[in-house]
Write a protein that binds this ligand. Structure first.
Ligand code: G3H
Ligand code: ZN
Length: 296
């Protein structure tokens, strides 16, 4: 019997490990992520929980109903702890649609709004998630963020405009935000950025993570995982991070693998043949990340 996502997160918190959250745009990325996760678990003799994320754009591309069916199919047929998250959704209506369609968790991203408006929108999502959870005997988790960390999962020349020491999450704001909204998970700004900097990502502010965890007292989610050093990941987990998001590294693996396949076999026409390399390379990225997040 598969535990709920909330239970897996609690378990991660107490074991001081983190659950990997990986974004997908298509079937190949899902296959690669699932393969990577299964590989780690098979060597250990247990199934490692994973979260699959789709942003609004990724969800539109796959199709909202299809992505729910894909994840449920793995969870129910393979009895595998895989969960679906609505990653960075910007309105109540898009969050509601995900909840209604069967997502396990949602992230309302209202960081660009003034704090009180962010609180009001987040609260609306929390209230709806609670109402549906009760009515349908589900346990839908709501995550929200304060403090800016940029927006795109891509290769960056420089730190995106608008990210400064000032836009890091303040521990007292985190405490207030969690109390006011009743969210289940908090995504702070602690030196992390969405995307990968060409010259290497900055170090995380580990003391800030610890202070936020102390004040917020709920599980923390580290976004912008691509490009963060192994040492910083471990320190961040020890300081209170329970979920880590990776997207850019998967996108890079996918693109480079397809370029390599087509370069090596320019006459290959069957997608299921030249895409196999992409699945394999994504599974390698995920295996490596899961090993680290689980301190293996
Ligand atoms: O929500 C998605 C992420 O936070 C991914 O960030 O592209 O830097 O790995 P990343
Ligand atoms: Zn993110």
């Amino acid at each position: 019997m598969i535990k709920t996502l909330r239970e897996y997160i609690r378990e991660a918190e107490s074991k001081k490990i983190a659950i990997g959250h990986f974004n997908i745009s298509n079937l190949e990325s899902l296959k690669g992520i699932y393969e990577g996760a299964k590989r780690v678990g098979e060597k250990l003799g247990y199934k490692i929980p994973i979260i699959i994320g789709v942003s609004e754009g990724e969800e539109d591309f796959i199709g909202i109903n299809k992505v729910v069916v894909l994840i449920k199919e793995i969870r129910e047929n393979d009895n595998y702890p895989i969960f679906l998250n609505a990653d960075h959704h910007y309105s109540f209506s898009s969050i509601k649609k995900c909840i209604d369609t069967g997502f396990d968790s949602v992230i309302i991203d209202a960081v660009k709004l003034p704090l009180e408006e962010n609180i009001a929108l987040t609260k609306e999502c929390v209230t709806y998630a609670k109402e549906i959870s009760k009515r349908e005997e589900r346990d839908i988790l709501v995550e929200s963020e304060i403090g800016f960390i940029g927006q795109s999962s891509k290769i960056l020349e420089k730190i995106p405009d608008g990210i400064t020491e000032e836009t890091k999450t303040k521990p007292e704001d985190a405490e207030y935000f969690v109390r006011e909204t009743g969210i289940d998970l908090l995504a702070p700004s602690v030196g992390n950025i969405h995307g990968m900097l060409k010259g290497g990502n900055p170090n995380l502010d580990i003391d800030r993570i610890r202070e936020i965890k102390d004040k917020a007292n709920i599980p923390l989610v580290l976004h912008g995982g691509s490009g963060i050093s192994d040492e910083d990941f471990i320190k961040a987990i020890d300081a209170g991070v329970s979920i880590i998001h990776i997207s850019t590294e998967i996108r890079i693996a996918y693109k480079e693998a397809i370029l390599e396949s087509l370069n090596n076999n320019p006459n290959e026409l069957a997608p299921y043949k030249y895409l196999n390399n992409a699945i394999e390379k994504i599974s390698d990225v995920v295996e490596k990340r899961i090993r680290l997040f689980n301190k293996l």
